[in-house]
Design a protein around this ligand. Structure first.
Ligand code: ZN
Ligand code: ZN
Length: 377
């Protein structure tokens, strides 16, 4: 059995086999700290390759190195705790090895080598931030208020979805470029100065709300098209192939679909003269919101479900049963589904199962990447 398989097996242990004091929690925590530490060392060592320019403020704040130092110390402490407590030493041992390697590479004192800033970068720092922030918010929430209580953090196919998370975060620059290309074309081809000056004069919060309303309209029809046209559906079916819904499941999306979706929804955003800061706030809202609507949370959010998309609303979109097919396309405002006749929210009910009927989509990132290009079977 490979080390990865042994690690997965340990992490996926059912709750009753890992009571408090069994070294599982400290081992998992140590592994998270070790991985975070090692990735951060890479970010510091190869800033030209892994740093997202939009996050420059964080890199220049001077907090990153002390943060890394603390992460490595915590990782070291937790790894030793797990090694003492646990019968199977694979979690604690691997975590300890990661912390040691990160320290040998210089730890928080590591120096940049190959620092030449390049025009091509992979946002490893963005991935770390994304997973830590969203994870630290949703992991405890899903643990204490689950919709499906038997589902754990390391449910089947969690590695695949984590890999999707990594790919889409690291390709943030490539995807932004693809997003901007059509917008630049439209700005060049039409004279929109009048509308642009009107938009620029609006208050910040109003701009963010308008961006949400306009992009969700574009997104609604784009999404519906991906359900209706069969060759597009094969790309989108990847997103629907998730059988477990949680904060990670939303990341599962074919990279081509992300590029097309961003291109289409960004068109109104970038051509109508919105404040770039308002666009950035919107992008952060989307990241958070996407995790929320896929999350394994039992709350109905009754007070807001008429106006805003809730987990139950989007869970129905992922339902496997007949009544859940082609409903609830909106991402922010259920109003669009009401207007266009695709709204489905049976009182107090949740779908029985998630996924695509007949399970046509294979498992694994690369199999799913190739799936839309294969002859249908
Ligand atoms: Zn869909
Ligand atoms: Zn979804």
């Amino acid at each position: 059995m490979s080390i990865i398989e042994r690690l997965s097996k340990q992490l996926e242990k059912p709750k009753e086999q890992r009571p408090l004091g069994s070294g599982w929690l400290s081992g998992g925590g140590a592994l998270l700290a070790g991985l975070t530490g090692l990735l951060l060392v890479f970010v510091l060592k190869f800033p030209g390759l892994f740093v997202t320019p939009d996050l420059m403020a964080i890199h220049e704040s001077g907090y990153l190195r002390p943060f890394l130092h603390i992460v490595l110390l915590i990782g070291y402490g937790l790894a030793l705790t797990s090694l003492l407590l646990s019968k199977d030493k694979v979690l604690g041992g691997t975590a300890l090895a990661l912390v040691v390697v990160a320290s040998l590479l210089g730890g928080s004192q590591t120096n940049a080598s190959g620092a030449n800033p390049t025009s091509l970068y992979f946002g490893l720092d963005f991935f770390i931030l994304n997973v830590l922030f969203v994870g630290f918010l949703f992991v405890p929430l899903e643990r204490f208020f689950p919709h499906r209580a038997d589902q754990t953090l390391f449910r089947p196919e969690w590695q695949e979805d984590m890999f999707y998370y990594l790919v889409s975060s690291m390709l943030v620059q490539v995807l932004t470029f693809l997003t901007l290309a059509p917008a630049n074309f439209v700005t060049g081809a039409f004279d929109l100065n009048h509308i642009r000056s009107l938009v620029m004069a609006l208050p910040f919060v109003v701009q963010v709300i308008i961006i949400m309303v306009v992009t969700d309209f574009a997104q609604y029809w784009f999404h519906r098209m991906f359900h209706q046209i069969s060759w597009l559906w094969k790309f989108h079916a990847v997103h629907h192939s998730a059988k477990s819904m949680d904060w990670l499941a939303g990341a599962r999306m074919h990279v081509i679909e992300i590029a097309l979706l961003r291109g289409a929804t960004a068109l109104p955003m970038f051509t109508l003269g919105f404040d770039p800061a308002a666009i950035q706030v919107y992008v952060l809202i989307v990241y958070f919101y996407s995790s929320l609507v896929h999350a394994n949370l039992r709350w109905d959010f009754k007070a807001i479900e008429t106006f805003l998309v809730t987990p139950r609303f989007h869970h129905w979109h992922h339902g496997k049963e007949k009544e859940a097919i082609d409903v609830n396309f909106a991402i922010h405002f259920p109003l669009y589904d009401r207007l266009f006749g695709t709204h489905h929210m049976p009182e107090g009910k949740w779908p029985e199962a998630y996924g695509v009927g007949g399970d046509p989509v294979p498992t694994g990132y690369w199999q799913q990447f190739l799936y839309p290009f294969r002859k249908s079977g």
